[in-house]
Structures are given as C-alpha cells and as structure tokens.
Write a protein that binds this ligand. Sequence first.
Ligand code: GAR
Length: 196
Amino acid sequence: KKRVAILISGGGSNMVALARDMAGDHPARPVLVMANDPAAAGLARARDMGIDAAAVDHRPFRGDRAAFEAALMARLQEAAPDILCLAGFMRVLTEGFVARWQGRMLNIHPSLLPKYRGLDTHARALAAGDAEHGCTVHEVTPALDDGPILGQARVPVLPGDSPADLAARVLVEEHRLYPAVLRRFASGDRRPILTP
Ligand code: GAR
C-alpha cells in the first residue's frame, strides 16, 4: 500500500474523510497526520482513529518558512510517505518544499479553480453573483492553488446564502471528492474526476 501523510491546520474534517475511506479496501493507508498548530482539533481526531499525529508549530519560526519546513520535513521523513495530502493546511509552502514532493502532493481548495485562488473563496463567489461554486483537488505546484486538476465538484449558490451556508454545502462535497480522488491517484490513475 502507498503511505499517505496528511497536513492539517484545524478541525481536519477532510482528513477524517480521507482516513475513513482508507480504512476500507484501498490502495493507500494513512501513516501520519501533521499540523502547524499543536491545538489543531484534527490531531486528536487522528489519534482516535489510530493514526500517528504530530505538530510542528510554525510560530516560533517567526516567518522563516524554510526553517519551519525543514522541521516539518524531518518529522515527515520519519513516516516515509509516498503521497502528501494537504487538507485545510493554511500555510503557504515554499518552492523548495513543493519541489521535493512534486507529483506526489495533493491539495483541496474550496473553489472551482482557476476561480478564487487564496482565501475567502465563499464570500468572493457570493460577491461575484456566481450561480455555482464548489471545490477542487489538484496537484500542488509552486504557484498558489495552481497545478493539474484531479477533481472538481459543484454546488448551487442559493438565494440568501451566507458565506457560512455556502462553505457548509461545499464541505459536504469536499468529503466526497477528496477520498475519491486520493483513491484513484494512489492507484496510479491521474485522470480527473469531474462531477456535473
Ligand atoms: C476546507 O474547506 C478546505 O477546502 C479549506 O479549509 C477547510 C478545512 O476544513 N482549505 C483551504 O482553504 C486551503 N487554502 P477541515 O479542516 O475540516 O478539513
């Protein structure tokens, strides 16, 4: 089986969705969950599922991304993952780090890329008056929220939606899409999953 490490920053609901899927018949298994915040709620959720979990707090590094990433990399390498999944990981990674994982690192982003790279995607979709919105899983390349698209799922934008309403509707789709994409990717198939 392929070894998967998952990077999170918060609640880790996507990480849980990935781990639950991998608990069944699957070409991969979770070997480590890492967070950049020791208080990330997802760390306890990972341990509850029997997955090794660790944090490298980014704050003591005071903006020295390379030093933070060196610490992250050292802990990651102990777990020797084949695939790295970013799941709500809210730190921008340097080109050097990304290069080390090129072709083996996935990210889920809460918009229909190439629309709305970066933050506040739900509010931006609402402000633009979009009729639909969604989420994207893509391979990570040095440019932010760029890289080959491996899957996309769409949701309608409904009258009166708040950003939180929309985020919740998208999150349901994230929990379906990301496991489906990882399952396919881990089996060596990089064709995208595009749901209507
Ligand atoms: C998810 O909606 C994910 O798409 C988003 O953060 C949330 C994490 O939720 N990611 C980004 O915005 C990446 N820039 P989770 O911790 O419950 O999986």
